[in-house]
Design a protein around this ligand. Sequence first.
Ligand code: NAD
Length: 493
Amino acid sequence: MQIKKQFIDGKWVYAEKNKSREIINPFNNEVTAKVTESDKADAKKAILAARNAFDHGEWATSAIERGIIVRKIAELIERDKEELAKLETLDTGKTLEESRWDMEDIAGVFAYYADIADKDGGEIIESPIPNSISKVVYEPVGVCVQITPWNYPLLQATWKLAPALVAGNTLVMKPSEITPLTTIKVFELMEEAGVPKGVVNLVLGSGNTVGAELSENPDVDLVSFTGGIKTGKKIMQAASHTVKKVALELGGKNPNIVFADADFDIAVDQALNAVFFHAGQICSAGTRLIVEEAIHDDFVDALVKRVKNIKLGSGFEEDTEMGPLISKEHLQKVINYVDIGIEEGATVAIGGKQPDAEELKNGFFYMPTILTNCMTAMTVVQNEGFGPVITIEKFTTEDEAIALANDSIYGLSGGVWTKDLAKAERCVAKMRMGTVWVNDFNIYFPHAPWGGYKQSGFGRELGKTGLEEYQEQKHVFVNLQPETINWFGTKEK
Ligand code: NAD
């Protein structure tokens, strides 16, 4: 099996130490690819290449040129979207249908940023000083490090790559060591699109070695990270030594509030969609269902009835609705997580174990699970499980629903289901989350910002704010009629 290479300074190269890593198909535990295993030395080389390209290259000079190249990347992704979708399913286990949606979004994000690449050249500010010009211009931050997780490998990479490129930065990306395949492919496409040498660099390998070097290296100006809270804290610490800019997109334990006056069938249907895509391995999964007492029992019954029919299997089979978890280690984490919930008093309404089916035995499958009788203080309600597990809590008043929803260290996203839009607006105003959906869940698009409150992180991806994250603002003041001030040393001693 040919070993896939890293991309440094415009060349595909093996890692210094000549080691490689096996990439595993989570559906059957088979090796699907081998990739070179980068180390700290490779990270340093990649940073140096990005530094040189930024300090001595031309990438930052023309926003129009950058827009043209980023548009080309969008077109190439559109051309190769089926190949990319298959690769993503192979790597993550998610259904091909989901991977296809991802690729549409990914092409759309590159196209969105290509569209706005040259639309904001800065602004003239009304200067309070006569005969002067005051203007604000936007400049790239410099060398950006981008570290991504395994759950939406290419989508998360794209939310970082497209704005960073459009803003004129150079970069080093490190995808999750478990799921690098689509990111490798998109670096090939960026090369084909004509991104100049050294502007985009790709290193592969583990977080503790490569990731740590990228986060602490003094030649890096910004670290943009998507992943878990624990890693985010380490990165923040490592970056603090040289006061790098840091953007963190971390986890979530996202409340989904259903009022008794919501459209019952739609709310049931969407409560499932909110969680079970990609086997619940979504940062914004609505895993914390908070249901008004008057409809609670009927709601649970309706959910259980639907969950019974969820078809597990290979992401490549057309009738599969849910694939496996990403790895053996992650499966064990989810098993332990549910077991702790049961010990703490939750009731398993359905699921709560691995499936028995022989054809799923080699994969990392866990059954879609609903836990009832959940209380706010429980570990399963407070911690992100990152698996196909819904916890259900009851409420009786609007204030109680909001208090429950906000009782969390996280603040990534949440949902409210009601036909009373005034009530929805009252809830939205009090919910401490970066995104709140009313009568919907898990909707995102390139034009609107994405990010977390509280320990779900800081900074925003997507939208205009996603571009600003990769820009410095420079105030330029030009005095058109300079005069002496005669303050220092004018009095003879
Ligand atoms: P993770 O934190 O384990 O790893 C993420 C990345 O960080 C990987 O590339 C990993 O190699 C790297 N890394 C690990 N240790 C590092 C270190 N010391 N220094 C630098 N880099 C290091 O996360 P994961 O398990 O890959 O992803 C799941 C997490 O990501 C979940 O918590 C999920 O909620 C979160 N996530 C958040 C968003 C969002 O938009 N907020 C989106 C997707 C995923």
